[in-house]
Design a protein around this ligand. Structure first.
Ligand code: PLP
Length: 422
């Protein structure tokens, strides 16, 4: 008995050095690399403390005040705090904090508003939409009749007249706006007008831009949409999860769609971490962070442009940009591999009019959330642009990559993500 009890207390490093070492390796990799993945960030320690608490083992099917298990007085309070904060930050009438990821939040939103087989109109993945907006390989394309809009291949911009035309022809039950790789402001009022004219519900998936929406640095989709979904771990900088915000009229349907239609018990440790993360969003430091993140993204785009790279749509209004590498004759897959050898992490991405494939597209996507969190500013951004240029223009020069890697590592040491005692 004593032995069983004692095992609870053994620290990770002592009990499982194998996994402990791998986690440490991953922390080291992060500390030594420049992370330009637009969807990644580093959550605050206060949130991570909450997610690693004993709440990880809790079962709490249902919602605060109406659970199927007893013993949930404290859990109810925690989830209620998260809900209250989510509503306050985004000015929403209702919030559900239980969806396990952005993809499941989206499926729950569809299930709340639609019947199986209903037509939806969303952004295609090649233009910057997300898998869960109904890409062919995704379950959503089997559950609903998916029609998709793209961007103008010449400008890289949403063509609202073309979207309106499609909407009036298709008469979708739901229009989905929002994207994973769109560098410009999305005109939610315009989408709202189109949805109204077409007699469709409107949903926005603001996963990427939610941080800017929270601080008022991007127009909010909330007043224009029936439902707004978001992940919590991108510009919002919380631990991984999702929020579903909606009008009161959809509240019961949204909650039911998440539980019991799509999920069982929610991950309460993460809900507590999301509550903490939501508190971070209301601090002056976070507002300042978003201001810097926007400046860093704009600067990175203009520096790369000055160095001869084509930036889709000519720049960015948010935290991300798409670099079209077709003029350089290097595909995004190879570009991301050689940049990683220099400790600069990016992802390959299709660009408008891309002649490549999903595995070998002709673009890369870059974002400023992670470098800004670690405190990098204009000087570092200019240096990063120069490193990207030298690596991509000399794809066969391994020695150069080694040199850049050493310089990148040295820079990263000056901007630790977390204090070494972590
Ligand atoms: C990242 C993202 C998601 C998916 O989130 P997961 O948590 O990975 O399921 C959904 N929608 C958009 C627009 C995204 O960028």
């Amino acid at each position: 008995m004593e032995a069983i009890r004692n095992l609870l207390e053994v620290k990770l490093q002592a009990f499982d050095p194998e996994v402990d070492e791998l986690i440490r390796d991953e922390m080291r990799r992060n500390e030594e690399t420049i992370n330009l993945i637009a969807s990644e960030n580093y959550p605050p320690k206060s949130s991570m403390k909450a997610i690693s608490s004993m709440l990880s083992g809790i079962y709490s099917e249902g919602y605060p005040g109406e659970r199927y298990y007893r013993g949930l007085e404290n859990i109810d309070k925690i989830e209620s705090v998260a809900i209250k904060r989510a509503k306050a930050v985004f000015g929403a009438e209702h919030a559900n904090v239980q969806a396990l990821s952005g993809s499941s939040a989206n499926i729950a939103a569809y299930l709340a508003l639609l019947q199986i087989g209903d037509p939806i109109l969303s952004m295609e993945i090649d233009a910057g939409g997300h898998l869960s907006h109904g890409a062919k390989v995704n379950i959503v394309s089997k559950l609903f009749q998916v029609h998709q809009y793209g961007v103008d291949p010449a400008t890289g911009l949403l063509d609202y007249d073309a979207i309106r035309k499609m909407a009036l022809e298709i008469k979708p039950r739901l229009i989905v706006c929002g994207a994973s790789a769109y560098p410009r402001i999305i005109d939610f009022a315009r989408f709202g007008a189109i949805a109204k004219e077409a007699g469709a519900f409107l949903m926005d998936d603001m996963a990427h831009i939610a941080g800017m929406v929270a601080t008022g640095d991007h127009p909010s989709p909330v007043p224009h949409c029936d439902i707004v979904t978001t992940t919590t771990h991108k510009t919002l900088r919380m631990t991984r999860g999702a929020l579903i915000l909606c009008r009161q009229e959809h509240a019961a349907k949204v909650d039911r769609a998440v539980f019991p239609v799509l999920q069982g018990g929610p991950h309460q440790a993460n809900i507590s971490a999301i509550a903490v993360g939501l508190k971070h969003l209301t601090t002056p430091e976070y507002k300042d962070y978003i201001g810097r993140l926007l400046k860093n993204a704009k600067l990175l785009a203009s520096e790369l442009q000055a160095l001869g790279f084509a930036i889709v749509s000519g720049g960015t209004d948010n935290h991300l940009m798409l670099v079209d590498l077709s003029a350089q004759g290097i595909d995004g897959d190879r570009a991301s591999i050689i940049l990683e050898e220099a400790n600069i992490v990016v992802n390959k991405n299709k660009v408008p009019g891309d002649k490549g494939t999903a595995k070998k597209p002709y673009g890369i996507r870059l974002g400023s959330p992670a470098i800004t969190t670690r405190g990098m500013g204009p000087e570092e951004v200019r240096q990063i642009a120069r490193w990207i240029q030298s690596v991509l223009l000399n794809p066969d020069d391994e020695a150069l990559r080694k040199r850049v890697k050493a310089e990148v590592t040295a820079l990263c040491r000056r901007f630790p993500i977390y204090q070494p005692t972590f």
